[in-house]
Design a binder for this molecule. Sequence first.
Ligand code: AP5
Length: 217
Amino acid sequence: MANIILMGPPGAGKGTQAKRIVDAFKLPHISTGDMFREAISQGTPLGLQAKAIIERGDLVPDELTIGLVKERLSRDDCAEGFLLDGFPRTIPQAEALKVLGPEIGRAIDLVIDISVPDEELVRRIAGRRVCPKCGASYHITDMKPKKEGICDRCGAELIQRKDDNAESLKVRLDNYYKQTAPLIDFYEKEGLYHHFDGMVGADNLFKEIQTLLEASK
Ligand code: AP5
């Protein structure tokens, strides 16, 4: 299977599609956001450094994030492919991955970018509820769990993320346009870039992504 990057602004549906992709294609899901949240909940040194940065919507420094991904990608379960969700997010991260990937036999094969207009991102983030246990994502009106406030997948109580508030979202969107959007040009030049419209509904979007991934097998 392929070595894949999933990118897009906050709330575009990366986590939602990631869950479907890794289930269908049996890939390890490497979400830097999830890794940081796990470190925060366990109170590790990394978590202590990342907590305030993430809650206000800023990006964790490149050197910390690159080190984390380097260690994770080197593990054996990534030998037959992986899905990177939320990394890289800056040009220095992409440059580091461009060197690191081939060095450890993990060169990137394709980049999936999901785009969604800002007003819709704001609406999705405001209504998002997440499972703190398995990471599944829901929406209070659009993607309701079967039982209100309870995760369909694992039965845990759903919560609202601390960075899912209007103030932090403004910072996250600002950071996205300044630091992450330039990766579109970066990966277009590398010939790896595939754009998807995130407004077609989660099921239709997954079908489109699945078609690309089946063709790349
Ligand atoms: P991260 O966890 O990666 O957050 P994010 O990029 O802000 O993305 P989100 O998780 O908010 O949204 P999503 O695109 O996954 O959308 P979702 O599927 O949930 O990162 C968090 C923080 O960690 C960063 O801000 C940063 O501080 C730090 N960090 C992480 N990586 C880093 C890096 N590489 N460098 C530095 N710092 C880093 O969907 C959103 C909502 O919409 C849900 O309610 C969902 O149900 C709904 N929805 C999903 N798809 C659809 C659809 N197609 N139609 C309608 N509704 C939909």
